[in-house]
Design a binder for this molecule. Sequence first.
Ligand SMILES: *[C@@H]1O[C@H](CO)[C@@H](O)[C@H](O)[C@H]1NC(C)=O
Ligand SMILES: *[C@@H]1O[C@H](CO)[C@@H](O)[C@H](O)[C@H]1NC(C)=O
Ligand SMILES: *[C@@H]1O[C@H](CO)[C@@H](O)[C@H](O)[C@H]1NC(C)=O
Ligand SMILES: *[C@@H]1O[C@H](CO)[C@@H](O)[C@H](O)[C@H]1NC(C)=O
Ligand SMILES: *[C@@H]1O[C@H](CO)[C@@H](O)[C@H](O)[C@H]1NC(C)=O
Length: 415
Amino acid sequence: MGTSRMFRIFVFLGSAFMILLIIIYWDDVGASHLYLHTPVSPGPKIPHPPHHQQSHTSRTPSFLSDIDAFVNQFLEPGTGEPTDPAPADTSNQSEKAEERYVPRREWKIHLTPVAAELRERQEQRRRLLQEMCANDSVVFPGKNRSFDDIPNRELDHLIVDDRHGIIYCYVPKVACSNWKRIMIVLSESLLRDGVPQRDPLAIPRDLVHNSSMHFTFNKFWKRYGKFAKHLMKVKLKKYTKFIFVRDPFVRLISAYRNKFQLRNEDFYRRFAQVMLRRYGNQPTPPASVDEAFGVGIHPSFSNFIQYLLDPQTEKEMPFNEHWRQVYRLCHPCQIQYDFVGHLETAEDDAEHLLRQLRVDNVVEFPTSHRNLTASSWEADWFSTVPVEARRELYKLYEPDFRLFGYDRPDSILNE
Ligand SMILES: *[C@@H]1O[C@H](CO)[C@@H](O)[C@H](O)[C@H]1NC(C)=O
Ligand SMILES: *[C@@H]1O[C@H](CO)[C@@H](O)[C@H](O)[C@H]1NC(C)=O
Ligand SMILES: *[C@@H]1O[C@H](CO)[C@@H](O)[C@H](O)[C@H]1NC(C)=O
Ligand SMILES: *[C@@H]1O[C@H](CO)[C@@H](O)[C@H](O)[C@H]1NC(C)=O
Ligand SMILES: *[C@@H]1O[C@H](CO)[C@@H](O)[C@H](O)[C@H]1NC(C)=O
């Protein structure tokens, strides 16, 4: 009896020791590989500050905290990337740099909690996403694949901010310029006179959409090599992920107005000419957008819808991001978004979100004074589109309608 008991204790202690060894060893191996593979970044990037502690989240210990330590190790300055070019011995210089880059940690004190109605709204939107992803009657390409199976090029809309632990999936035509501006302010990567730019609206428009301003998931491969996917998953677990969406048909109207009713040389050459040739009785469309506008030629909204429904279109290349479905841009069944904003409730949602991210002391969401495309115009816009085409279009965008809780637009589909 005694020997068997001793034996069991022995085996138990032995296994515990082995597990400990494996954990320590794995960490070492992981870290040393990472240092080897982390390229010395040349650009004007700013060193990462000590990683923002999310003390309010106490997640499962052991394995996860191991990963946390592993990630924090190279998010901290001096390990992964080179820090300031200034020599370290001139102490007041490095002090100054420290002061400049220390993230603001003080949080705004609110006397009132976030309205219960807003919290309930988020709860509902998140629950709806989960239900729709679990519901087999909602079918769309790529729904069943795992995060690992998503190709790198399809991760180019996820902007990461390590300073504050935020991931934003941008959807063009859904206030994305404003949210990109906010991400630039938060990243503190745009300096003006040596201090980070703090006013979102002061950022020039061409910079806002310049991809070199944003650290997106698809850039992880270049920086982290084979650890990229692992690192993405860790960040997806730890960071707050948000997305903004709007009614899919209204988004299409907005895309059409913005890209084809205004003079846009790039979109004219890449898309409008194709539409005019194929559906607009223009075998040789005008060579430039100015010429075309000069003689009053541009594709109609109906031509635009024909283009979207034409099987030939996606054979040539995937939909442009301005009309690509949100489920293809942001992978809502693989990424569990913590916050789902709607453009229709943008102001409330923005305030709620910035509070939830604890950055409402740093930035404010810029209020828009532009004429937004209104849902009430939908019937007018679609009056020129045959009912059959409207129904086909609905099928094309149905997953977006269902995932994000937009009602089927019965009034324009049943005629
Ligand atoms: C460093 O400190 C000295 C005096 O302590 C000062 O003269 C010098 O301007 C400082 N340099 C910088 C870059 O602040
Ligand atoms: C799945 O969606 C269908 C509608 O397409 C609905 O009737 C059904 O109740 C949903 N199933 C679940 C489990 O929610
Ligand atoms: C996803 O899996 C479900 C069963 O779990 C299946 O019914 C459905 O057809 C699959 N969808 C796709 C797009 O492969
Ligand atoms: C984006 O910015 C980089 C440097 O900041 C610049 O070299 C590049 O030309 C810009 N791209 C566009 C399309 O403006
Ligand atoms: C906004 O739209 C309304 C009517 O649709 C129009 O009267 C007004 O001039 C527009 N304002 C701007 C700034 O375009």
